[in-house]
Design a protein around this ligand. Structure first.
Ligand code: ANZ
Ligand code: ZN
Length: 803
């Protein structure tokens, strides 16, 4: 037979698909929107790890197409941001130019995957026709009071010379460059994402997402229920209010800690403590939040002042410590060392009394060596609350406190408003004009996009101003309201701005009148399946949900969750699990593998390396195995075509089992076992063909159909070899018939010591174990002696030898 010539086959079908696209819309098909997280077009190109996600989404898309859907499967570019800008600074090339070059290269690489992207839908976040709408959304948010200006100390990356959102600070370091993040007092544009906190939390229930990701989002939003309690301060009018989730422990509060930034921190100092207090406040101002929360030895300073426990009048020293955050709750806490780890540590270090108020079995612990943090047990040392269940009290205390007039029931969130301005060049200009008469005025919607001007130097200034501030004729403008001389906002948007809504634009990417037309939005949105890495769990995926809810609220779309289903693929790593990167020199480029084995083989191997949701180590050598499988299947198909044998019962049965197994594995995203399944079935068929001279047409054709989403070129070629003119992708995904899958049943006598005692019905294919088990069950009541031997003569006799 003709050998498997992947080069010729792949070239032929690439051209053919270009001329006759297989994903075509016809009015009757339902849509299916399968989305990849769009890439940042970096100068490094794609490695085999990037391929994995694209192959997974392509397999899924083609499978859906064969189930009769019209596919929305687009691709685009998330191209604003630091890498392009840093390259510009180094090489003096305009970021738009380097971005365009990188896109051209990556597009070529993506085309090598043979993924079925609809390039008519392509978007690029740096294209003014696109960012017109990114700015438009900002203007709408401004008009709705969701975008506002505020000056406060934000996370500042001294190396990127820009402010960062909380989400961009990972373990106290800049998410992008790894530098230690510091604080800087800066005027900021903020987005009021906190207004959506409850909906962002509650609607997680609607989503078919990995539990892990939902949990991360819920924790990031961090809703907690508790109480605010007001504590009088000795010798002062003003009270200090604390936030606590454990008001049940109020009797055990032996001291109080304020964040160093708390408004009263300085005032509470006495002549003796003032110097130490001011030094402590200064030192804390230089640390990031994350740094402060990390597990290291507690520090603190006594202010010299005392608060009074409003329940029992106990005197509580007031301390400052940086483990209390200024921007959470009220920035002040009551400390219950017996029942909180951090407080226990602090009290131990500074010799503050510990009073136990919850006892597990009604007994007081003599020398506490650690806090008892569970809200379960009986209240002790708690006056009128003694004897109550702490879990019950925890729920009731907020209301009781409210009735006593010493506080109130409250809800708190960890989520903060989103710091939305960056002091860099390569981003969307924030479309706001500062007018001396009118204040902040948005650029009129019909004047958008406000395009990014050319600059001489992209270098960040480091002063907290973006390079745009230096372009006088751009900065100076007139107020759209009153005509007075006014100045443009010179900050730009963060890289997340465009990616927060790009998925909406794909379905109407050329529309100049609207972000997306109502008609197209209704027809093609939302996204049915979103595929990408897990690293975006709280950044991009939270921002996108927020944007979608906002656009829902202003009537642009009529759904309020963007992504119905989410799949996170694991990473492909180099040897020993090390992340592939240029600097480590362990990047495997797909280009050579495609040349040496073909696209179809590489696609299969990307899936074969392991469960798609887990990380997998890359080893080039493994690709040989899938390549051999394709060769063997090719030969079987071509030989069988010649032989043209009639179908046997075995072939029919195997065909239906194949359909059943592959479909089930594919639907549950167990893509690596789909590939191993193909290999096993192929081996079985080859064995069968040794006896029959070949495999029947329908079985081979079914195999080809199932293989098509995975190895599209070879599938199309064989489909054509088998005499079909239309694409294999225009066929319906095969269905398994349960009846046809059933093994034949046969009757077998069951004997004890050679004498027949019963007859059982078992599968003709039953293994020895299965047959013996069925036989023993049928004569269970007669198995009274010691079994010395169990015999199964296949399809003939089950014999149990007993003593
Ligand atoms: C007394 C208490 C007793 C507390 C106890 C806990 C256990 P979540 O669940 O994270 O909301 N807290 C409040 N504001 C804080 C701030 N600005 N910085 C650091 N810690 C703060 O936690 C709420 C609990 O964290 C609050 O309840 C408070 O300590 C502390 F046995 O109050 B608790
Ligand atoms: Zn004005």
């Amino acid at each position: 037979a003709v050998p498997y010539n992947y080069k010729a086959i792949e070239q032929k079908w690439r051209k053919n698909w270009e001329e006759h696209p297989v994903n075509v819309e016809d009015g009757n098909k339902p849509k299916y929107y399968c989305l990849d997280m769009f890439p940042y077009p970096s100068g490094n190109g794609l490695h085999v790890g990037h391929w994995r996600g694209y192959v997974i989404s392509d397999v899924w898309s083609r499978f859906k197409m064969m189930q009769g859907y019209y596919l929305i499967h687009p691709m685009g570019w998330d191209a604003f941001g630091l890498p392009a800008e840093n390259y510009a600074i180094k090489m003096g090339v305009h970021p738009a130019k380097s971005t365009a070059d990188n896109i051209a290269n990556i597009k070529r690489q993506i085309n090598d995957i043979a993924a079925i992207y609809d390039w008519d839908r392509e978007v690029n976040t740096t294209d003014p026709a696109f960012y017109k709408w990114t700015q438009w959304i900002f203007v709408k948010m401004f008009k709705e009071g969701l975008a506002y200006e505020k000056e406060f100390p934000i996370n500042w990356c001294p190396s990127c010379k820009t402010g960062l959102a909380n989400e961009e600070v990972v373990n106290g370091k800049c998410e992008r460059c790894g530098s230690e993040v510091t604080k800087k007092n800066l005027r900021q544009w903020m987005l009021r994402i906190t207004k959506y906190a409850d909906r962002l939390l509650d609607d997680l229930d609607k989503l078919d997402w990995p539990e892990k990701v939902k949990k991360m989002q819920a924790e990031w939003i961090g809703k907690s229920y508790g109480a605010e309690v007001d504590f009088p301060v000795e010798g002062r009018e003003e009270k200090i209010t604390v936030y606590t989730t454990r008001p049940d422990t109020l009797h055990g509060a032996t001291f109080m800690v304020l964040a160093p930034e708390h408004a009263m921190a300085k005032e509470l100092a006495t002549d003796e403590t003032r110097e130490a207090v001011e030094k402590y406040i200064y030192d804390a101002s230089m640390k990031s939040n994350v740094d402060r929360l990390q597990d290291k030895e507690k520090t603190g300073v006594f202010t010299g002042s005392y608060a009074v426990n409003p329940l029992n009048g106990a005197k509580m020293p007031i301390w400052l410590s940086d483990y209390v955050l200024a921007d959470y709750g009220t920035g002040a806490i009551m400390c219950v060392p017996a029942h909180d780890d951090r407080d226990f540590e602090f009290a131990t270090k500074f010799n503050i009394p510990v009073i136990q108020v919850i006892a597990k079995d009604g007994k007081e612990i003599e020398n506490m060596t650690e806090a008892y943090t569970e809200a379960s047990g009986t209240m002790i040392n708690s006056g009128e609350w003694n004897g109550m269940e702490s879990a019950v009290l925890k729920k009731e205390a907020p209301v009781m406190i409210e009735k006593m007039g010493i506080g109130r029931k409250t809800v708190n969130y960890k989520l903060r408003d989103w710091v939305f301005s960056r002091q860099r060049y390569w981003g969307e200009p924030i479309p706001i004009i500062h007018c001396p008469n009118c204040g902040n005025v948005p650029v009129p919607e019909d004047q958008l996009p406000l395009t990014l001007p050319e600059v001489e130097s992209y270098e960040p200034t480091g002063t907290g101003e973006s390079p745009l501030a230096g372009i006088e004729d751009w900065v100076n403008t007139t107020c759209p309201c009153c005509g007075a001389p006014a100045k443009r906002e010179t900050n730009t948007m963060p890289q997340w701005a465009g990616s927060s809504w790009y998925f909406l634009r794909y379905v109407d990417s050329k529309n100049n009148e609207a972000l997306v037309s109502k008609e197209k939005a209704d027809k093609y949105l939302p996204v049915d399946m979103y595929i990408g890495g897990v690293e975006h769990a709280v950044l991009h995926l939270l921002y996108s949900r927020f944007y979608t809810k906002f656009l829902h609220d202003i009537g642009v779309v009529d759904f309020d969750e963007p992504f119905q289903k989410l799949f996170n693929q694991g990473m492909i790593t180099g040897k020993n699990g090390i992340k592939m990167s240029k600097s480590k020199g362990n990047v495997v480029s797909p280009d050579d593998l495609v040349r040496d084995y073909g696209c179809d083989s590489l696609r299969l191997y990307e899936l074969f390396v392991g469960p798609p949701e887990l990380d997998a180590e890359w080893d080039d050598r493994g690709i040989d195995g899938v390549y051999r499988f394709l060769n063997r299947f090719w030969k079987l198909a071509m030989d069988s075509k010649e032989a043209a044998v009639a179908e046997t019962k075995e072939m029919v049965k195997l065909r239906h089992k194949l359909v059943f197994d592959i479909t089930q594995r594919l639907e549950s995203f167990s893509l690596n076992t789909v590939i191993s399944g193909f290999m096993e079935y192929n081996n079985k068929l080859i064995d069968m063909a040794k006896k029959t001279g070949g495999i029947d047409k329908a079985t081979i054709e079914t195999f080809v159909q199932l293989l098509a989403p995975f190895a599209p070129h070879i599938a199309e070629e064989l489909w054509q070899e088998y005499g079909h003119e239309d694409s294999v992708f225009h066929t319906q995904w095969p269905k398994a018939d349960a009846e046809a899958m059933k093994d034949d049943e046969i009757e077998v006598p069951v004997q004890i010591n050679g004498k027949t005692k019963a007859v059982v019905c078992i599968s003709a294919e039953a293994t020895k174990e299965e047959a013996i088990a069925a036989g023993k069950e049928a004569i269970a009541d007669k198995l009274t002696g010691n079994i010395v031997k169990e015999i199964y003569v296949p399809k003939k006799i089950i014999n149990i030898v007993m003593k």
